[in-house]
Structures are given as structure tokens and as C-alpha cells.
Design a protein around this ligand. Sequence first.
Ligand code: ADP
Ligand code: MG
Length: 352
Amino acid sequence: MIGSSEKGCIFRSTHDENIKGESKVLIQERIATADQLPVTLPKATAAIALRDLCKSFGKFVAIDHLSLTVGQGEIFGLLGPNGSGKTTTINMISGLSLPDSGEITVMGYDIRRQARQVRQLLGAVPQETALYEELSAEINLDFHADLFNIPRKEKKERITRILELVQLLDRKDSRVGTFSGGMKRRLALGRALLHNPQLIYLDEPTLGVDVQARRAIWDYILSLREQGKTVLITTNYLEEAQALCDRLAIIDHGKLIALDTPQHLKHLYGGQVIELETITPTASVSQIRVLPGVKNVIQENNRLKVTTEGTDGLVPQIINLISQDSEFCDIAVREPHLDEIFLHLTGTALRD
Ligand code: ADP
Ligand code: MG
């Protein structure tokens, strides 16, 4: 059992992993009654700390001894392919499902013993945007405000401010069912911000939204950091991780593979990538492969991609080898992309 309150919240057993979508969110919301948090937390307190977290579904190990710390004021990304355990992790942080073992604290509060405080601190934008399609945008927010016991006299003004922020004020009376995917995502984000949480988590915030809406959502997320909020996002879009995140945890099969700033991850694991295009396919691949500093060579017809541990002196050596049997059209040296780092670390691609 994790949640009960004097204010009529429901009890919930630990066996509710099967609850999906809307009902899941509603349960989460009902549990989160608005107890005011009296304390100002010291800056040094981690926004989120996971310690040796484990979670299995039957025999399947979804989260495997995961430990990480998210600092206050960070935009922190959980990056991993589908099925790597991102949603499972976030569901445990928000108390929707309990870890088998390990510890989770949110702003120093233990998610098992201080679940209500944790819920008051968290704003959730779940993977499936669960809104009341039959109701207007404004009434959706109104309902949420009541769940969080937002005082009546503040409610109207807060809802208007939030609708303005997510640029839906002019559509406040429209049924949510008539909204595009991007508009629903924005409304879900607005709803998460309504009770002024210190920490917002967004599970795949831009899944299924168009490029323009994605940009708008990114801007909102970045503005949250400016307001001093902590943001945890999960994604399997590398551009998203790169555009937003101060630090990234790369996870695969429920295990932490790497954790650092996007820039550091590139330096630590990537080296450089040399891309070459030749007139005819070169026969020198095996010789290039054994040059000191070369990590990997991929040949696709006339194209060659050489991953290195640092390019000092390598480019001339490669040019020398290739010019023995072919001619160049193009040559470029660049930083590795995050997906190449992911491939290097895990042996699998991040996206299909
Ligand atoms: P992600 O969000 O990274 O795509 P999830 O955390 O949703 O991944 O899932 C991680 C793994 O756990 C997947 O293999 C998924 O099938 C499995 N899983 C998640 N929830 C359940 C559940 N309720 N019952 C059984 N398996 C589950
Ligand atoms: Mg997920």
C-alpha cells in the first residue's frame, strides 16, 4: 500500500502495474492531495536520488540496480531505446509503482514513507496524455486544480495564466477532443504546472507531435529551468536530449550505461568520426582498420566512416592509403553523434 489520506484518497496496492493510461493518471492525481510543504529545502538536497533500484515483472528484469542523482535546477534526461525502462523508472519516482528493492528520494523525501509530500512536489506529464476529451481545456484544468486543493480564489487566475503560458487561452472553451496532438501535449504540460511543482517530469514529451509543436514544447521546458525548476525527461530522440538536457543518463535493459553532459559523453566515448567518399570503393579498409587510433571502420559502397580515438595524424595516413587505389570526392571530420555513442556503448541502435 502506498497511498491513503484523511482527505478521502483511495488506497492502492502494489499490484497495479496493469493500470494504464487515463485511470492511472487519475489515481495518481487523487492520491496527490495538496498538503502544503512547510520547508525550504537546502540547495544541496538532490532533486531526485535513485539508489540501487530494482524492478522485475515476473521473471523479467526491467530495472537492474539503477543509481543516479538529479540535481536541483537541472534538465536531466533519461535516454534509452523503447523498452529500456524509462517509464518504469519514472513510474516508481512518482509512486505509481513500487521498486522491488532500492531507495528513491525526491527533494530528500522518501517515496515510500512520504508519498504525499513527494506528490505535491512533482508535476507529471505522463507518456500517454490522459485528458478528458469530452470536457473543455479550462474544465480539465479546473478539475485538476480541485484535486490539488488549489484555493478557490486563486484557481481562476492560475488557470488563465497557465492557459496563456501554453498558448491555449483562446481555445479554453473548446472540447479537448478537438485538439491536435501538440495542443493536447501542451495542455498536459500546463496541467502538470498548475500546482506549481518544484520538479516536473515529462515522459516522452514530444512523442507523436509535429516539428513545430516540438519546438514550442522544448521552449517551455527550457523556460522551466529559468524558473529554477528541476525537469526530468525521458526520450529516445537524440536531438531532444541534446537540445534540452544538462546531463544525460543512458540506460539500456534497465541498467545505467553512462551518465554525463552530452558534450562529455561525446568526448569520453566518441573520439572523432572521419567520413570519406571516394570515386570507387576503396580496397584499403583492412589497412585503415589496423592504424593506431582507429576504433571502427564501416564501408558502404563509396562511403567510409572511420571512428577514431583522436585524429592526430590519422587523416593524412588514411588519405595516403586510399589514394593508392581510388580518388576522393569528399572528406569530413566531425564529432560523433549521440546515437553513434549509444551504438558504441550498447551494440544496439537507439531507434529502429
Ligand atoms: P520505456 O519507457 O523505456 O520504453 P518501459 O519502462 O515502459 O520502457 O518498459 C521496460 C520493460 O518492462 C519493457 O520490456 C516492458 O515490456 C516491461 N514492462 C513494463 N511494464 C510492464 C508490466 N506492467 N508488466 C510486464 N512488463 C512490463
Ligand atoms: Mg516509456
